[in-house]
Design a protein around this ligand. Sequence first.
Ligand SMILES: [Zn+2]
Ligand SMILES: [Zn+2]
Length: 202
Amino acid sequence: MARSEDSPWAVSVAQVASRAGQSKPVDSDFPAPGGIGDEVIGVEEGAPVHVAGSFDSIVDGLVLTARVTAPVHAECTRCLKPLRRDWGVDVTAFFPYESPAADAGKGRGRDEEVEIIAGEEESEDTYPLLANGAFADLEALLRDTLVEALPLQPLCREDCRGLCSQCGADLNEDPDHHHDVTDIRFAALAGLKAQLEAEQRD
Ligand SMILES: [Zn+2]
Ligand SMILES: [Zn+2]
């Protein structure tokens, strides 16, 4: 059986887990776990996901505060142009020394501490440490964080003009594009009229 520390997502934290008040910086790429999004929008499995931040030890566990940056592939909701850009999300995660179940009811006020570090607009989750606290495995954390952060309605740019609802032309490339006739039935009649006029000229 593969050892947990051989996982590409394992980060050695033994040196900071020994006592409170220590910090270990993280600044490296991890392969994107599978299952983030789908063909239309997501992060390709194995794509480099950058994690920059630090593990800080508090009394009963480690707090990871980091910025996670991943290449997200998507499609503009309005013009369907393929998009490929780095998506960054701030994350705060707690790795308790004991299982959360064993920790329950002890009321050591860790929520308070994490909250101060977390600030606004960040997700906070709890993950187990591996090998008696020697390693933090970031696989589940990265998956959860990125799945949550996927944009629901990505746009190639805020003011994307989208596609012509009648012919599908890209209105970004041709801002003056328009159709003189707004109703498809009149369009058919106009075509017939032009045809008749052309025949009369012959
Ligand atoms: Zn667009
Ligand atoms: Zn058109």
